[in-house]
Design a protein around this ligand. Sequence first.
Ligand code: GLN
Length: 378
Amino acid sequence: FMSKLPNVGTTIFSVMSALAAQHKAINLSQGFPDFDCDEQLKRMVTEAMEEGYNQYAPMPGIMPLREVIASKIYSLYQQQVNPDTEITITPGGTYAIFTAIATCINPGDEVIIFEPAYDSYIPNVLVNGGVPVLIPLSFPDYTIDWSLVRSKITDRTKMIMINTPHNPTASILTAADIEALQDIVTAHNLLVLSDEVYEHLIFDGAQHLSILRYPELLQRSFVTFSFGKVFHNTGWKMGYCVAPAHLMAEYRKVHQYLCFSVSTPMQYGLSRYLQTPEHYLSLPAFYQQKRDYFLELMRDTRFTPLSSKGSYFQLMQYDRISDEGDKDFATRITKEFGVACIPVSAFYESAKDDHVVRFCFAKKRETLEQAAERLRKM
Ligand code: GLN
C-alpha cells in the first residue's frame, strides 16, 4: 500500500488545540467561537426534531433551505440562482471544497493555489491526482500578483482556487482582483473554486465581492459557504455549495456517494433561522467589534498587528519579541504563557516563515482580555 499523502501529517488545528488543552492554555488557535450559538436557532433545530424531521433529507438538501439561500443570494448579490439545480447543502465548508475538487480534477490537472493556503486545499488536490501550482501572496499585505498568475498558466491548468475573506491572512479580494481573475479564466477557459466561508465576516464597510455577483465568472465556478463559521456552530458541520446547473449536476454525482445527504433537523432549523435577514446582516458589526477590541487589548503587547479586513483572524508579527521560528514560538507561548495561536508557516508547502502567527478573536470579551493580559508579559 502506497500512501496517497506521504508528506501530510496531522492538521495544525488538531495539533495546536491539543497542545492548548494539554497546557490549559487559552485557545486562540483553531478557528471556532468560545460562545454558544443563538438560542433561537437551537430551538428551531430541536423543534424540527420534535416535529419528526429525523429521516434522510433529499440528496441536494431540503427545498426550504435551498430556497431561502437563493433569496439571500438575490438580495445580497443580485443574482438569480436556481435552488433546484444550483445549490447543494453539504456537511460543512471543508467538505464542499473537497467535493468540488473531486468533481472536476483529473490526474495531472494543475490547480492554482495561493499561499499561505488553508491547509486542506493542497491535500485535496493531491488525493485526486491533481498538481497544486503554488503562488505566494505578497508579504505583508497578502495580495495577489496577477502577472505571476499569468506566468504560471499552462495547457494543463484546470482551476484557480480563491478564498475571500482569506484564512489565515484576513485579506479580501478587491474589484481589480475580480477583474483580473475574470480576464484570466475566460482567456484560458479555467474553472474557479471560491471559498467564501467567511462571507459575512467583513469589516470597515467593505463589500464582500462574492463570485455570485459576477454572472460570467459564476458560469465556471463552484462557490462554497459555511453555516458553522457565520452562525457560531462549527460543531454542526453545515455548509453549502453554489454552482451553475451543468457543474452542479456533476458535483451531485460525487456528493451522493460521499455522504448522500445532510442532517435533516439542522437543515430545517437553519431554513427557519435564515428567514430573518438580521441574523446575518448583523454579523459584520458583531465581529468588527471583536476585532477592534482584540486590537485595543493587544496594543500594550510587543506584537505588531497586520491588517485584518475580514474573517475572524488577526495576524501578528512577533519580531520585537523573538527571532524564533513561528512553530517554536507558537509552541513556546502556549506552554509558557498559556495562549495558543497558529504559526502561519503551517500554511506554506515550503514552510516559509515570516515570523507571523494567527490569533482567532471569535471569543468572549473576557477570554480576549485574559489572553492579552498573558501576552503583555512577553
Ligand atoms: N477553519 C478552522 C481554522 O482555520 C479550522 C477547521 C479545522 O480545524 N479543520 O482554524
